[in-house]
Ligand binder design. Structure first.
Ligand code: 5GP
Ligand code: MN
Length: 334
C-alpha cells in the first residue's frame, strides 16, 4: 500500500479521534468482515472505534467476533446518529460512493470528519481524504490485511481479526474460485490461518447454516430459472409471495444467482427479487462480459466486472424489470 497514504492515516490517528467504520447497505461477508477486522485492530491499538451499518446483516455473519457490537442504523437510528456525529474519523469499507450507505448517506455527505476509503469496486468517488482503491483486489478484507501490514502491525493480527478477514476473503472469492483469486490471495489466506483463522469452522459457520425454508426457496428459484442459450444467459425471478411463503429472512437469497452461471457455457446470470417496494437485482458473469457496465448503464447500479448489483426503487415489479432486461440483452450480448 502507498506509503504516503499510510503516513496520512497515521497522522489522522495521532489526534486520538473517535472512529466510525461503515460498510455498504445490505452488507455481505466482505463488508462486515473487513469492518470488524479493522475495528478490532484499531481497538487493540487503543483507539475508540465502532462499526455502524446502514441496515441489518445476515444471520450467517452474526457469529463473527464483535458482531454483536455493530450499531445498526435501521434498528437504532438515534444511537447510530450519535455515534457518527461524535466521530472525527470515518472509514468507509467495501464501497466507494456514499449513496451505498443508504440511510446514512445524508449524514455522511454533510459530515466534517476526515474520511478514509478502503475499497475494491470500480470507479471510486472522490469524497475521502485518503482513498485506498484497488479494483484488481479480490476483497476489501485482503486490502485491510495489506493496510495492517503497511501500518507495521502484522504481528497484531490476532485470531479474531484473522477470522473476520478470512471470512470476507472466502465469501468475496466464491470460496477462492473466482479469477480474482491470485497466488497472493492464497498467501494472505494462509497467513490468516497461521494467525488463528479456522478455515473449516468458518466454512461451516457461513455455508452450513441453511434453514429448511431457505432450501425450499432455493428449489423455487431453480424451478423459476430460465436459460436463453442464444445469449448464454440464465435468469431467476422470485416474487414477494414466493419469498413470504418460505419465511424469507435477510441473506436467504445470497448465492442463488450463482447457480445460473454453473450451466455449461453460461456467461451471464441475473436474479430479480421483489423485496418490499423494490426489485433487488444481482448480476454475475464470466470473462469479458461486464456486468458493472450493464448494472450502471441500465439499472442505476454497479459493482465489479463479474459481480454487480442494482435496485429498482418504486412500484416497478420484477416482471417489468425482467421485460426491460430481456429487451437490452441482445445489444449487450452480441
Ligand atoms: P450483490 O449482487 O451481491 O448484492 O452485489 C454484487 C456486488 O455489486 C457487490 O460487490 C456489491 O457491493 C455491488 N453492488 C450491489 N448493489 C449495488 C448498487 O446498487 N450499486 C453499486 N455501485 N454497487 C452495488
Ligand atoms: Mn467486497
Amino acid at each position: 500500500m502507498n506509503s504516503t497514504k499510510i503516513a496520512a492515516v497515521k497522522t489522522l490517528l495521532q489526534a486520538q479521534p473517535k472512529i466510525s467504520i461503515i460498510p455498504h447497505k445490505n452488507p455481505d461477508g466482505d463488508a462486515i468482515g473487513s469492518c470488524l477486522g479493522l475495528c478490532i485492530y484499531l481497538k487493540n491499538k487503543g483507539y475508540d472505534a465502532t462499526v455502524v451499518s446502514p441496515n441489518d446483516f445476515p444471520n450467517f455473519l452474526k457469529w463473527l467476533p464483535a458482531a454483536q457490537e455493530i450499531v445498526v442504523y435501521d434498528t437504532t437510528p438515534e444511537k447510530a446518529q450519535q455515534q457518527l456525529q461524535s466521530s472525527s474519523l470515518i472509514f468507509t469499507l467495501d464501497f466507494n460512493n456514499l449513496k451505498r450507505a443508504d440511510g446514512l448517506a445524508p449524514l455522511l455527505e454533510e459530515h466534517k470528519a476526515a474520511f478514509v476509503m478502503i475499497d475494491h469496486h470500480l470507479e471510486p468517488d472522490d469524497y475521502a481524504q485518503v482513498t485506498f482503491s484497488s479494483p484488481e483486489e479480490s476483497s476489501t478484507c485482503a486490502m485491510v490485511y495489506a493496510f495492517i501490514e503497511a501500518m507495521g502491525d502484522k504481528e497484531l493480527i490476532d485470531s479474531n481479526i484473522a477470522t473476520c478477514l478470512y471470512t470476507g476473503l472466502m465469501t468475496d472469492t466464491g470460496n477462492f474460485k473466482y479469477p480474482t483469486t491470485t497466488s497472493e490471495t492464497l498467501r494472505v489466506a494462509a497467513a490468516l490461518v497461521d494467525r488463528g483463522a479456522d478455515n473449516s469452522l468458518i466454512n461451516t459457520n457461513v455455508y452450513d447454516t441453511n434453514s429448511y425454508d431457505r432450501l425450499q426457496l432455493l428449489s423455487v428459484a431453480l424451478k423459476n430459472l430460465i436459460y436463453l442459450p442464444e445469449y448464454h444467459t440464465a435468469y431467476i425471478t422470485l416474487t414477494a409471495d414466493e419469498l413470504q411463503q418460505h419465511n424469507f429472512r435477510k441473506g436467504d437469497t445470497e448465492g442463488f444467482v450463482n447457480y445460473g452461471l454453473t450451466i455449461k457455457d453460461a456467461v451471464l446470470a441475473v436474479i430479480f427479487i421483489q423485496e418490499g417496494n423494490y426489485v433487488k437485482m444481482s448480476l454475475r458473469s464470466k470473462g469479458d462480459v461486464d456486468v458493472n457496465i450493464l448494472a450502471r448503464e441500465h439499472f442505476n447500479g454497479g459493482g465489479h466486472q463479474n459481480a454487480a448489483g442494482a435496485e429498482h426503487i418504486g412500484t416497478i415489479e420484477e416482471a417489468k424489470a425482467v421485460a426491460y432486461f430481456r429487451n437490452v440483452l441482445p445489444q449487450f450480448i452480441k
